[in-house]
Ligand binder design. Sequence first.
Ligand code: NAP
Length: 293
Amino acid sequence: MPSSRPAKIAVIGSGLMGSALARAFAAAGHDVAVWNRTSSKASAVGGGTVAFESLTKAVSGRELVVVSLSNYAASFEVLSAPGVAAALSGTTLVQLTSGSPSDARAGLAWAKEHGVDYLDAAILAYPSFVATDYATVYYAGSRPVFDRHADTLQSIAKNSVYVDEKIGAAATLDCAILEAYYGGSLAFLHAAAMCKAEGLDPKAFFAQKNSFLGLISVTADAAQGMIEKNDFTGDQCSLNTHVAAIEHIVRLSQDARISARFPKELLDNYKRAVSVDLGSQELPAVFRTLTQD
Ligand code: NAP
């Protein structure tokens, strides 16, 4: 049964993500055309989707066209092919290719120029999460355009989050979440390397996962309040004390002859805050040094 009124959709790009998105729309009962530069991949998507050799034919008459390509350069190359802009006129283009806020702004400018409604989107999921509760998609752009397609877009992620009218908002939020993810992941991988180098089984560290995730969670909540009030004073632990702790991590890494680049980079950032007289304030005071050169 369709989760909403059956819609005519085209998905441009049959890579890992584009294929999963196309199959999810089709599984929800929508009429789905797929196109890919390497046409054999479009034919392999299956799941009730229909592969087209011609991009203009794939997107013609579709109310929703979703783009999932490696990057915006690829997207602009594809959208600039002869006849494509004209075939898209009157449809809504949902750009699910990952990019930066300025990419999103360039995408909107292109869409306006060609009379195409445009939403910029960012998906926080692996392909196997698509259409499950674990997938979240952030959308930015015109609220009425989002509302018009909201039911259909639920087919790829139950958590469809409209972020803001500002077209760069979804990409901004995506970059922010991904930075926390990649930075946090590098931190716990380095932590596991320290344990191994010191002869402690990394599983002892991973068993404490809830401890470090809990600390991050509490600190994120505190940071949010402090940033809002622009007041980083407190009575829990000064930046001076945190700097001393990071120095231990650098020393352990050097003594154990593993890479110390990551903790040194941390130390640099925290010390910079101390050097501008923030040493007696709480950890989130580092934020002040990140918002200026
Ligand atoms: P992928 O499997 O490598 O697929 C890349 C797609 O882009 C293919 O369809 C490829 O076509 C196409 N492409 C690349 N350059 C092109 C060009 N110049 N002209 C036309 N088509 C071109 O990548 P993916 O994992 O599906 O990722 C797609 C998007 O989803 C990316 O923006 C990625 O950041 C985002 N994303 C992915 C994940 C994930 O877990 N995979 C998660 C979140 C977001 P060919 O087949 O012809 O090469």
